[in-house]
Design a protein around this ligand. Structure first.
Ligand code: ADP
Ligand code: MG
Length: 339
């Protein structure tokens, strides 16, 4: 081979090597670079969405769906007779694992601190109201008797033992979505996730090191219409509203958040409450508690837990806690700030 030929060959080898490096880099980046996956699914009686940015986003999104489905089916469901909750309800208590013990302890604390405005032993009363396909205002005597079979004061948790001091049905309807968000966050912490926004009905997990825009739903509009936008860092946001589930009878609206004192839908002048917290279970439970308690007592309860709140009342007035005052923009001219 002449000198010219040798030089040509060297050049060709160098080119091939460079091409190989480029290809390997492309393949490596494809594996390492975070991708975004968005998916919707139905669980916990509501529409859920997962938007996740991670190196394995498709798998992570699938995993998130299975966490919610598994939690519902095996732990929280009252319909599935084999779930932990259904078994506790039919046996009047029993042994629980550490996670369930801690969920129940947190909720019992909210029951106590809310003076019983939050009560997750209202299962029978909720069932009587239905709020499913067929609904009607219950017979007052039936309701009265069902109300007697409620009461968190009769629930005892010590270690892994849960004892129902009376017959009642524990119901995670007001906190299950938040519990799911906490379990999802535990999974995300162990994954390669950079950012995620997970919504389960009116409860949302914001995950990642940035600020997120979160809309507060228009109580009178459809699911995509907002009256205010929050600009907040990672955490959990939960909204309870009378518009979520209700029926109308004789021109009156009956919604699904019950005042445990009366057994009837809570009337506190509030149409929606949004609670922002580090904790999913607290944001969800407190949004329900605050709805029943109303603005003044509700905001005080949330503050006791270090949570921030946005209340919207029947006059379209928006009440914002101190920590959110610079982080909210009311975007619907029909709504105005309390100050
Ligand atoms: P959503 O289901 O719309 O997210 P909430 O988180 O406010 O709304 O929970 C409402 C559900 O919680 C009801 O459907 C019922 O199962 C249960 N519930 C109703 N009133 C109370 C209450 N005062 N305390 C605890 N749970 C309640
Ligand atoms: Mg709730």
């Amino acid at each position: 081979m002449g000198e010219g030929g040798l030089a040509r060959m060297k050049k060709r080898i160098a080119l091939l090597a460079a091409a190989a490096v480029v290809m390997i880099t492309v393949i490596a980046l494809a594996v390492i670079l975070p991708k975004t996956t968005e998916k919707s699914f139905f669980a916990m009686n509501t529409v859920c969405t997962a938007k996740i940015k991670s190196t394995d986003s498709k798998n992570d999104a699938a995993k998130i769906e299975s966490i919610v489905a598994g939690l519902e089916e095996n732990v929280l469901s009252r319909q599935n007779g084999n779930s932990l909750t259904a078994r506790l309800n039919s046996n009047g208590g029993g042994e629980v694992d550490e996670k369930m013990g801690s969920y129940m302890s947190v909720l019992l604390d909210v029951c106590k601190k809310s003076g019983g405005s939050f009560d997750f032993t209202l299962g029978e009363v909720s069932d009587i109201w239905g709020f499913g396909a067929e609904t009607a205002v219950p017979n007052p005597y039936v309701l009265y008797n069902a109300l007697k079979r409620t009461g968190y004061e009769k629930l005892d948790i010590s270690g892994s033992s849960v004892t129902f001091g009376d017959k009642f049905l524990v119901d995670f309807g007001a906190a299950g979505k938040g519990i799911a968000l906490d379990e999802i966050r535990t999974y995300l912490d162990e994954s390669e996730t950079k950012e995620a926004v997970i919504s389960i009905g009116g409860s949302i997990l914001l995950y990642g090191e940035k600020n997120f825009s979160v809309g507060i739903r228009n109580p009178e509009g459809n699911a995509g219409s907002y009256v205010a936008i929050l600009d907040i860092p990672a955490g959990c946001v939960s909204t309870s509203g009378s518009y979520e589930r209700y029926f109308e009878e004789d021109g009156k609206i009956y919604h699904h958040i019950i005042d445990p004192e009366t057994g009837y839908p809570a009337k506190s002048g509030v149409v929606s409450v949004t609670v922002v917290s580090e904790s999913g279970i607290l944001s969800d439970a407190l949004s329900t508690a605050c709805f029943v308690l109303g603005i003044e007592k509700g905001a005080a309860l949330a503050a006791e837990y270090g949570c921030e709140t946005v209340f919207i009342d029947e006059n379209k007035t928006v009440f914002v806690s101190d920590g959110l005052r610079d982080r909210i923009e009311i975007t619907d001219a029909a709504y105005s700030s309390a100050e």
